[in-house]
Design a protein around this ligand. Structure first.
Ligand SMILES: [Zn+2]
Length: 178
């Protein structure tokens, strides 16, 4: 086993603490740091002040394709894509930074974030594994999360064509996807 430097370990702990503060599930920490399960559990209790929730992670891509979650997911993924291109941060640090920016933008619109950090992390994995992709809306030109092989020529996003059941009260305000 390679010896870890104190600096590397400090970075891992900082990462884990950021993820816990954002509400990440323990499985995300296990996947994204080299810290042992016991240490992560201890860290989680110390930072969150409670034990981590148990149970499976969401495995389905369906949630990301339903109307409002899709708009939130797309906003996050646009920020994530921008940071991936313009920064040299590590993968998980881009997820953390993009999630913070997403939350700030949603709060600035007077809305609650619907996407959790755990789902945001899953979303990036789904896109990496080509189980979901970004498609450009043929109407507004924004980029949205869709199933793979969505036909971009005919694709119209959920902001341009909200479902009838959405109604006026469900407006998403000033969110722009360009
Ligand atoms: Zn559109």
């Amino acid at each position: 086993m390679a010896t870890k430097s104190i600096l590397q370990e400090t970075q891992q702990i900082e990462r884990a603490v950021s993820l816990i503060r954002l509400g990440a599930r323990l499985q995300v920490l296990e996947s994204e740091t080299d810290l042992s399960y016991e240490r992560l559990l201890k860290l989680y209790k110390e930072v969150a002040g409670r034990s981590p929730s148990k149970g499976q992670l969401p495995f389905s891509t369906d949630w990301f394709l339903t109307w409002q979650p899709n708009i939130h997911s797309s906003l996050f993924l646009n920020v994530h894509g921008y940071l991936s291109k313009t920064s040299d941060l590590d993968g998980i640090d881009i997820v953390i930074k993009a999630y913070k920016l997403y939350s700030e933008q949603i709060s600035a619109c007077g809305l609650e974030p619907q996407l959790s950090i755990t789902r945001a992390w899953r979303l990036v994995k789904f896109v990496d594994n080509k189980m979901l992709q970004m498609t450009t809306c043929s109407c507004c030109g924004g980029h949205f999360v869709t199933e793979p092989y969505e036909n971009a020529r005919h694709f119209v996003c959920g902001l341009c064509r909200p479902p009838a059941r959405a109604g006026k009260g469900a407006s998403l305000g000033n969110i722009q996807m360009q």
